[in-house]
Unconditional design. Structure first.
Length: 188
């Protein structure tokens, strides 16, 4: 039988984070606090995939899109895994990105809601992430925040079949309801 991993309460470091074996759980670090999240549900994965696909279709050649579990490490004490992120290719390291992102996207789930709405919002804002999108797949609501004078301001709240015409980080059309509905298959 394999070794059992036990995590004792203490201040964690990036070095600790990098040595924890991959067991399918998402692990993030904020100021010594280890945040552990279970694997996402189908509705979450569908939303991430569909939104990532929509972004990829229109992404300019001078930008790149990544999905979790790729790390964003804005400081030596913080490591987050946005569901999706947009950055400049020259900012990408082998395992993580340190420079401010152009866009961070979090898809809310019951196990991550408070972390995404409060903690990650604050970390992304402090780190200078230009745009932060929060998508709630249960209510089909996309909340768009953009940095202005170092603080996030609400740019849009887009519901269900309403259309959001994003300008940042590049032009893209998003309809929240389309991100969670299963694809319709035509008869062959």
């Amino acid at each position: 039988m394999g070794a059992v991993l036990t995590l004792e309460p203490r201040d964690y470091t990036l070095a600790d984070l990098d040595t924890i074996p991959d067991d399918g759980m998402q692990r993030e670090l904020v100021d010594g606090m280890l945040l552990v999240t279970p694997a996402p549900l189908a509705i979450h994965q569908r939303a991430v995939f569909k939104l990532g696909f929509k972004l990829q279709l229109v992404c300019p050649d001078d930008l790149e899109i990544f999905s979790a579990p790729f790390h964003y490490r804005p400081t030596s004490e913080r490591s987050l895994q946005p569901d999706l992120l947009v950055c400049h290719p020259e900012d990408v390291g082998a395992r993580w990105i340190e420079k401010p992102l152009l866009l961070a996207v979090e898809v809310l789930s019951p196990s991550t809601r408070m972390k995404d709405l409060l903690l990650k919002r604050g970390v992304y804002e402090q780190a200078g992430v230009a745009s932060y999108w929060l998508f709630d797949p249960e209510t089909e609501v996309l909340t768009v925040l953009e940095l202005s004078d170092g603080r996030y301001v609400e740019r849009a709240i887009v519901k269900a079949d309403d259309v959001f015409e994003a300008e940042l980080p590049f032009p893209v059309r998003i309809v929240p309801a389309e991100l969670v509905r299963p694809a319709k298959r035509s008869a062959a």
